[in-house]
Design a protein around this ligand. Structure first.
Ligand SMILES: [Zn+2]
Length: 165
């Protein structure tokens, strides 16, 4: 997958996030797209609030739809694009789904700490520590654009809007 392909799919994810959820950070416009070869398998957005489901992160929603569409829980060789660096849950879900690459837009340092559940552990460590040596995780594709959708590190976010409070 070339850099141009990565940017093309990340732009599609960004546009899907905006189309489904708008641009207000309070509405968590996070989107993911699962791609195999040059074909899209599935896409999804964060539905935690709408579905009262803490596991309905964009990446998990996309992996569920992807497995159903593909006919197998493991989608080896696939790339999961996400507009925001996947959390630990989504990173491990990707490991279980057997995807080969995770590519994200905005990274942990580009956004408010509320988006991550742990002060020290990094999803990079999760990947490094998993029994898996054929998964790569790359960030920073259209990072500035994607970061505009989220609370930034310097934003004063009300505590009741902070999921990891
Ligand atoms: Zn997640």
């Amino acid at each position: 997958m070339s850099k141009a392909d990565d940017e093309k799919w990340m732009r599609a994810a960004f546009e899907h996030a905006v189309a489904e959820k708008g641009t207000d950070p309070s509405d968590t416009p996070i989107a993911a797209i699962l791609v195999l070869g040059d074909k899209e398998i599935a896409r999804g957005v964060n539905h935690t609030a709408e579905c009262c489901d803490a596991t309905a992160h964009a990446e998990v929603v996309t992996l569920r739809a992807g497995g159903a569409a593909y006919g197998d829980m493991r989608i080896e060789g696939a790339t999961l694009y996400s507009t925001l660096q996947p959390c630990g849950m989504c990173t491990f879900a990707s490991i279980w789904a057997g995807v080969s690459r995770i590519v994200y837009g905005a990274g942990r340092d580009d956004v408010h700490e509320m988006y991550f559940e742990d002060r020290h552990l990094s999803t990079l460590d999760f990947v490094a520590d998993a029994y898996k040596d054929d998964l790569t995780l790359e960030g920073g594709v259209l990072a500035d654009e994607c970061a505009q959708l989220y609370f930034r590190p310097w934003d004063d976010v009300p505590e009741d809007q902070q999921a990891n409070d």
